[in-house]
Design a protein around this ligand. Structure first.
Ligand SMILES: C[S@@+](CC[C@H](N)C(=O)[O-])C[C@H]1O[C@@H](n2cnc3c(N)ncnc32)[C@H](O)[C@@H]1O
Length: 334
């Protein structure tokens, strides 16, 4: 029973701390329990009981009589840290009731309701999910800049499933010759135009709201991002989408895929993620060999796989149809 009870309480306590703004309240420095309770607008008894458990979990620590964030909490769950994953806590609060339908999804083999449909019905879900993806994106951004070579000849970038817009913004800021088109469902784009405007990039980054499988992506592109979107589609859909990307890439253009690649045997994180997908979208993660076969069918001749560090960050696949790809390793089954 401890395998069931303790993860529930651990998850619930950390999520509640995020919802109450408890970690953020301690970001500027340690506080006494009464000071913290007042800052998060909560009871003394409730704050002290939650804090006791967060101390036992290593999320908070005692400094004399005061409470403080541990270094890891400060780093991952406050605005002063490296990346603030608080939106991930708020999203997980919404995902809890969805996971209540896991047994039914196992029985039927598909979600009771597609996540994207739920986002249309409950508009706050799309905004929350995009904020969570934005936290991932600020974590992944430096890896992308490091590993994705952008030629001075590249002008047209396409970000399929570009959501929050942070990847397009980052690349347009780094490479002044680039302009970008972001295609995503309307539910994912509610804040994107404002974010682009705040970075004064509205003249260079355009939005195309809609299903990427149905939208016309418009003309040729030099750099295409398909980042963490393949696991939201079936194998057949991915084969088709990658074929379309191949057709729309200019000569010497580059396709960048970010994904969580399945290995045999599945590790616990991948197996858990596949269960989440079963409940939310009815899709799955794929093997590197699957991507290789879709890319080969679409005429991509050179493919490079880069496993990110730490491993939980997933992998990048860089693919070219020829030309400049000579220096890259060829796509071989692993
Ligand atoms: C896991 S998120 C990744 C977001 C972003 N690419 C990133 O790496 O941070 C997947 C995104 O794909 C979008 N998406 C999924 N299926 C889509 C479809 N058929 N058409 C357009 N967008 C889609 C979702 O709305 C969501 O924004």
């Amino acid at each position: 029973m401890l395998d069931v009870y303790m993860p529930m309480m651990k998850s619930s306590a950390i999520i509640s701390a995020g919802r109450l703004g408890l970690f953020e309240a301690l970001a500027m420095g340690p506080l006494s329990v009464p000071q913290l309770a007042e800052k998060i607008d909560s009871s003394l008894k409730g704050t002290a009981t939650l804090a006791d458990f967060l101390i036992a979990l290593g999320y908070l620590e005692k400094r004399g009589e005061l409470l403080a964030n541990t270094a890891s909490t400060q780093r991952w769950f406050t605005s002063l840290g490296q990346v603030d994953y608080t939106p991930g806590l708020l999203w997980t609060h919404e995902a809890w009731p969805m996971m209540g339908g896991l047994a039914e999804a196992v029985r039927s083999g598909h979600p009771e309701k597609m996540l994207w449909d739920a986002m249309v019905e409950q508009s706050h879900l799309g905004e929350l999910f995009s904020s969570y993806m934005a936290a991932f994106a600020s974590d992944l951004g430096p890896d992308l800049l490091k590993h994705v070579p952008v030629s001075p000849a590249y002008h047209r970038m396409l970000d399929l499933g570009g959501s929050h817009g942070l990847h397009a913004i980052r690349f347009c800021q780094r490479y002044p010759q680039l302009g970008a088109l972001i295609v995503d469902l309307p539910s994912a784009l509610t804040e994107t135009a404002a974010t682009i405007e705040s970075e004064q990039l509205s003249a260079r980054i355009r939005l195309c709201p809609g299903d990427l499988q149905e939208q016309d992506w418009g003309g040729e592109h030099d750099l295409v991002f398909y980042l963490s979107v393949a696991h939201n589609h079936s194998a057949e859909e991915n084969r088709h989408i990658i074929q379309r990307i191949g057709n729309s890439l200019g000569q010497a253009g580059l396709l960048v895929i970010h994904e969580y690649l399945s290995e045999q045997p599945l590790d616990a994180l991948d197996a858990a993620f596949r269960l989440t997908l079963l409940v939310e979208t009815g899709t799955q993660t794929y093997r590197y060999e699957d991507y290789c076969s879709w890319l080969a069918a679409a005429g991509f001749e050179s493919v490079e796989r880069i496993d990110l560090d730490p491993r939980e960050k997933g992998s990048l696949i860089l693919a070219r149809q020829g030309g400049l790809g000579a220096a890259l390793t060829s796509c071989k089954p692993m």
